[in-house]
Design a protein around this ligand. Structure first.
Ligand SMILES: C[S@@+](CC[C@H](N)C(=O)[O-])C[C@H]1O[C@@H](n2cnc3c(N)ncnc32)[C@H](O)[C@@H]1O
Length: 305
């Protein structure tokens, strides 16, 4: 099975600033790479790990078997406030892991032939098959445009509808290619990349999960707690950037004060301005190429509970 190489591991740990007796959440366990680094620093604390994918949980249980302070939860990270409270730090490393992507049978890949699936959680009803074969042309074009930023969304959607039924990932790739003009096909990068990204985001409701998390994490984060998020495309990064900006700035009228000590501080402090992996990491791990990591620390405001 393909190994998953964690992205920006050192930066993630540095931004989380793990306290040895703290309570932490890894919202996207994957193959447990980031979790292991957190656990190495946790002496008396606890780590709660979430993943939608049961295989990821089973593999990680084996990988992290030396630690007895880990709780594994098969659920969406957006539901973490049902399980935890008063946490010192939350890490999200969004998207798909290498094993998910590289196992043809999971249906995420435009490189290997597999069924049209793309579900992170095999218990979910919606799969890529329903999106590709069941959505009407307009709805399909909207998905491709909004979640894939695919400029040829309408042409691709029309071709998909004309070519139904489509059963496998490589059949879908051929349909997408047949919809694209030659000058697009001759460009660098795989011609189906954006469409596959869009369908995957739709199947797994990825942006809805992120939005819900961003709207609710404050309620479970302790004062001095940190949230660190790694994103892999601009749609996610824009959401995180905008949320962190809102949390770390105060309204202009509240900034006007006669004495410096009266200047109102925002409830959160920005820990960085969006770091990227360095060249060396990108050479060793191509997944790191599009990654951006951002973090915030809760300065004051209501303690969670
Ligand atoms: C990029 S991988 C994480 C890799 C991990 N940090 C590591 O070092 O091995 C993303 C993982 O998050 C999971 N995932 C994605 N969205 C999720 C969600 N909304 N709730 C829970 N897990 C999710 C995926 O199933 C996948 O296993």
């Amino acid at each position: 099975m393909t190994k998953h190489v964690s992205v920006m591991p050192q930066k993630a740990i540095e931004l989380l600033d793990v306290k040895e007796d703290g309570v932490y959440v890894d919202g996207t366990l994957g193959r447990g790479g980031h979790s292991k680094l957190i656990l190495e620093r946790l002496k008396k604390g606890k780590l709660y790990c979430f993943d939608l994918d049961e295989e990821a949980i089973e593999e990680s249980k084996e990988f992290l078997k030396d630690y007895d302070n880990v709780v594994y939860i098969h659920d969406n990270y957006m539901n973490m406030n049902k399980y935890v409270d008063q946490v010192d730090g939350i890490l999200l490393d969004l998207g798909v892991s290498s094993p998910q992507f590289d196992e043809a049978v999971r249906g995420f890949s435009y490189r290997y032939d597999g069924p049209l699936d793309m579900r992170m959680n095999k218990e979910d009803e919606l799969s890529a098959k329903e999106v590709v074969n069941g959505y009407d042309e307009e709805r399909l074009a909207k998905v491709l445009w909004e979640y894939g930023e695919e400029k040829n969304s309408r042409r691709i959607a029309r071709k998909i509808v004309e070519s139904r039924p489509i059963e496998t990932t490589l059949q879908l790739v051929e349909v997408i290619k047949s919809a694209l003009p030659a000058k697009v096909l001759s460009k660098k990068g795989h011609p189906a990349k954006q469409s596959f990204q869009a369908i995957r985001i739709e199947v797994n409701h990825e942006l809805d999960s992120l939005k819900h998390f961003l709207d609710t994490f404050d309620s479970i984060l302790k004062i001095d707690g940190r949230v660190v998020i790694i994103t892999f495309h601009s749609l996610e990064d824009k959401m995180v950037k905008y949320c962190f900006k809102r949390l770390t700035t105060v309204d202009d009228d509240k900034k006007i004060a006669l004495r410096p000590e009266d200047v109102k501080q925002a409830d959160y402090e920005l820990l960085n301005h969006g770091d990227k992996a360095d060249q060396q990491e990108i050479e060793n791990n191509t997944r790191a190429k599009s990654a951006i990591i951002r973090g915030v620390r809760k300065r004051h405001g209501k303690d969670s509970n």
